[in-house]
Design a protein around this ligand. Structure first.
Ligand SMILES: [Zn+2]
Length: 433
């Protein structure tokens, strides 16, 4: 009998939506701009040009790290990653190697399984190559507008063991980086690029075997990522059955995904880390990230989807409803703005679109719930409480300021969870006052 388990780790590249590039003042927003109009000596890597790190990009990277439960390195620095590629004019990329901005975090899947995050680091994007035909000749054109745009790399540990888990992981990362407003992460614009590394654990009569590693490069859709992983898992198993090759140093390969033919195809052999000859970037001093900076950034984080979902579930909302609501800012605001309402009911109305959250929620809700509690016995207690709790308002009323009655009615409504009939409430209030 043969048993196969995919082993998947994913590198996610996210372009930050900062105003300027990572190390110079050129605009970072490059999409659709005329080629080579947003460049300067720094991002073109001309001799003598000196990089100055973008503070906002560093803070945004810390934000991503914190959102993914990472530890932030107190001391960090940039490194040069040497490799020759035509769209990288300097001949090296400024990245981070041994001291990334953050490390050792995790992301929790709906099943409760934690996918460990190895690191979240900051680097610069490369330019773009365009292979085309000009005057009947095949040419490659280079656009350096993207060169030097801040790029964050989120590296997971190989904890993902199915395409379903991979897809969920990617969607959650996408939701988080958008939620904390560091990037628009538009996959079609290449602002989020996915690189899964895949191999398979094969258990058969002769024992346990690990197939060689394959890195799938530059995928720009969640669907393609899962299709590519699926294809690769099957290919690796078939390859193992044919050759018996197993994982060892030096046999990691790189493949692309052809979304038309729905196949993966070989690219260059993957370099090992030491082929890049990393060394600390001499033009940028090491950075010290103080605890107060980290804590300040932590306070700026909005409530994240996982926490929102958990809170909703605790307040009684069904998990599937909570998931839908967590993705909708307006719906969330509606739920928190009306804590007196039956949260589960309100949530289900929102999910079923019975309530237009941009309109008057109170009246819509009341119409739909149609409870209108008129039992004066039940309501008296609320009325008494509101009168005792608001002595100043009561005094104002007694002095003739009858307009405050509306406020008192509102307080009773709140206490009743929005269920009381307003007419009965005001009659009761008038009696007691
Ligand atoms: Zn520049």
């Amino acid at each position: 009998m043969k048993n196969t388990t995919p082993i998947i780790g994913i590198e996610v590249h996210v372009e930050l939506t900062t105003n300027s590039k990572m190390f110079c003042g050129c605009p970072a927003d490059h999409f659709g701009k005329s080629p080579n109009t947003q460049t300067c000596p720094v991002c073109l890597g001309l001799p003598g040009a000196l990089p100055v790190p973008n503070q906002k990009a560093i803070e945004d990277t810390i934000k991503i790290g914190l959102a993914l439960n990472c530890e932030i390195n107190e001391e960090t620095h940039f490194d040069r990653k040497q490799y020759f590629y035509p769209d990288l004019a300097k001949g090296y990329q400024i990245s981070q190697y041994d001291q990334p901005l953050s490390h050792d975090g995790f992301l929790t899947l709906d099943s409760g399984k934690k996918i460990r995050i190895e690191r979240v680091h900051l680097e610069e994007d490369t330019g773009k190559l365009q292979h085309t035909i000009l005057n009947g000749e095949r040419v490659s054109l280079i656009d350096f507008n993207r060169c030097g745009v801040p790029l964050v790399e989120i590296v997971s540990m190989p904890d993902i063991s199915s395409t379903e888990e991979a897809k969920e992981y990617l969607k959650k990362i996408h939701q988080i980086v958008r939620e904390i407003k560091v990037t628009t992460a538009d996959l079609e614009k290449g602002q989020m690029r996915l690189e899964p590394t895949v191999n398979v654990k094969i258990t058969d009569a002769s024992g346990e075997h690990l197939t060689p590693l394959v890195e799938l490069k530059n995928i720009n859709s969640f669907n393609f990522a899962t299709l590519a992983i699926d294809y690769e898992v099957k290919r690796l198993v078939a390859e193992f059955e044919k050759t018996g090759f197993t994982k060892k140093g030096g046999n990691k390969s790189t493949r692309g995904y052809d979304s038309v033919k729905k196949v993966t195809f070989p690219q260059r052999q993957k370099e090992e880390a030491n082929d890049y000859r990393y060394f600390p970037e001499p033009d940028i001093p090491p950075l010290r990230i103080s605890n107060s900076v980290v804590e300040k950034i932590r306070t700026e984080l909005p409530a994240l989807p996982d926490v929102i979902i958990e809170n909703l579930v605790v307040s009684g909302v069904k998990l599937p409803d909570a998931k839908i609501i967590s993705k909708d800012r307006l719906a969330l605001e509606a739920l928190t703005a009306y804590p007196g309402f039956d949260q589960t009911k309100l949530a289900s109305f929102i999910v079923n679109k019975k309530i237009d959250i941009s309109g008057n929620i109170t009246s819509q809700y009341r119409k739909l719930t149609q409870i209108g509690e008129t039992d004066t016995g039940k309501l008296s207690a609320f009325v008494e409480k509101v009168i005792t709790d608001n002595p100043k308002v009561v005094e104002e009323y007694k002095k003739g300021k009858t307009g405050v009655l509306g406020f008192l009615v509102g307080q009773v409504m709140k206490l009743s969870g929005g269920k009381a009939d307003p007419k009965t409430v005001s009659t009761l209030l008038l009696e007691k006052l």
